[in-house]
Ligand binder design. Structure first.
Ligand SMILES: *Cc1c(COP(=O)(O)O)cnc(C)c1O
Length: 389
């Protein structure tokens, strides 16, 4: 199959995630914001941190936004604040980034791996129900559920909250990929007792380094989190009242995020258009991500499932050859990774998770990807799939 010159050119310099396009479009504002911090010199907990927290809380519609050093600490801090520790079990999907289960291990508790739904990549409520029975077999106390908004799409919060209530568990939402998403017309941050997010550069709302945030309406939890992120401080700075972490968001990152938050809503709209372009063209050839009516994804990733029997390595190589980058998230589910292979799981093998890990491919996605390029990527992928059948 030969390429015409114009087909080739359209993918020139195509990035998997183009962070430079965003920077270019708001460059002056970013520079002004960074310079302002250099001038006032309050590098730790400067005024921009509080300002950002106010803006984030109002964006989400929640009472408290507590910023911290990264999305992993955000999970860790919530588990610590809720007193989760040895002997406790937390239910975590296996099809996620390592940080979800890592946070559970960091507080000394045990994760129990749950399978996901094939259509949404998110925690399967039926698998969760089954897993809660497993906890009793392990003589551990089932305490909490960690739902993950995989690839930016909210988990099935109605079903999961119902199971949580029936089993006296509380819900933590790992929305590292889902900031800006919506479920039942409410933003991520409103569906659980506490929701965490990450500002890692490649996330939907990313800074220029590490950053994270916790959202909650619970006043008491918010107060403990504010203490924990600064070494467990009390009202007297030199009398720490609990063992905490050093997990503050840098003032510089807060200043950068304030500028990025201004363009975030329009970026989310653009991500949706990119996803629509992909889905419209790919629907008949691969399994496209399902986002149901009452859901809005933040489209951290646009992830397809290749038909059974197709050689993923070969397809990705052929995409790469014409200049289209693609990635596999996640090639190795957590329950199969060395550090987590001995942790309990709902069934010996998590068949949906393992099947997805073998067949998923994520395509270029960001808030600036040209829609004509998205169209051309779709067409090229269809050609490649047809050639590989
Ligand atoms: C990125 C990510 C995290 C961790 O965020 P960091 O800011 O990198 O620590 C946690 N959970 C999920 C699902 C993620 O994608």
């Amino acid at each position: 199959m030969s390429l015409t010159k114009s087909q080739h050119n359209i993918f020139e310099n195509l990035n998997f995630i183009d962070l430079a396009a965003q920077q270019q479009s708001i460059k002056e504002n970013l520079e002004r914001a960074v310079l302002k911090v250099l001038e006032h010199g309050n590098y730790i907990m400067g005024p921009e941190v509080q300002e950002l927290e106010n803006e984030l809380a109002s964006f989400v519609g929640c009472k408290h936004a507590i910023s911290c050093a990264n999305g992993t600490d955000a999970l860790h801090l919530v588990l610590r604040a809720k007193g989760i520790g040895p002997g406790d079990m937390v239910f975590v999907p296996s099809f996620t980034f390592a940080a979800s289960a890592e946070a559970v291990k960091l507080v000394g508790a045990t994760p129990c791996f749950v399978d996901v739904s094939e259509d949404t990549f998110n925690m399967d409520p039926n698998s969760l129900k089954q897993a809660i029975n497993i906890a009793r077999e392990h003589k551990l106390n089932p305490k909490a559920i960690m739902a993950v908004d995989m690839f930016g799409c909210p988990a099935d919060y109605d079903a999961i909250n119902k199971i949580a209530a029936e089993n006296d568990l509380w819900l933590l939402s790992d929305s590292a990929q889902g900031f800006g998403s919506e479920y039942n017309n409410q933003k991520s941050g409103m569906h659980a007792l506490a929701t965490t997010t990450s500002f890692f550069p490649a996330k939907p709302l990313g800074c220029y380094g590490d950053g994270g945030c916790i959202f909650t309406d619970d006043d008491e939890l918010a107060e403990i989190l504010q203490s924990l992120r600064v070494h467990g401080k009390g009202s007297d700075k030199y009398d720490n009242i609990r063992i905490g972490l050093n997990s503050r968001l840098d003032t510089l990152q807060a200043a950068i995020l304030l500028e990025k938050l201004k363009v975030f809503p329009q970026e989310l709209k653009h991500r949706q258009q990119v996803a629509d372009t992909y889905s419209k063209n790919l629907l008949d050839f691969v399994k496209t991500p399902l986002v149901q009516k009452n859901y809005k994804s933040a489209w951290a990733q646009y992830t397809i499932v290749l038909p059974k029997g197709l050689d993923r390595v070969k397809i990705m190589a052929e995409l790469k050859q014409v200049g289209i980058p693609s990635m596999v998230y996640y090639i190795k589910p957590l329950h199969l990774q060395t550090a987590y292979s001995k942790e309990p799981r709902v069934t010996d093998s998590l068949s949906i998770t393992e099947n997805l890990a073998d067949r998923v491919v994520s395509l270029p996605m960001d808030g600036y990807l040209n829609l004509e390029v998205a169209q051309a990527i779709s067409e090229k992928l269809v050609d490649i799939i047809n050639d590989n059948k």
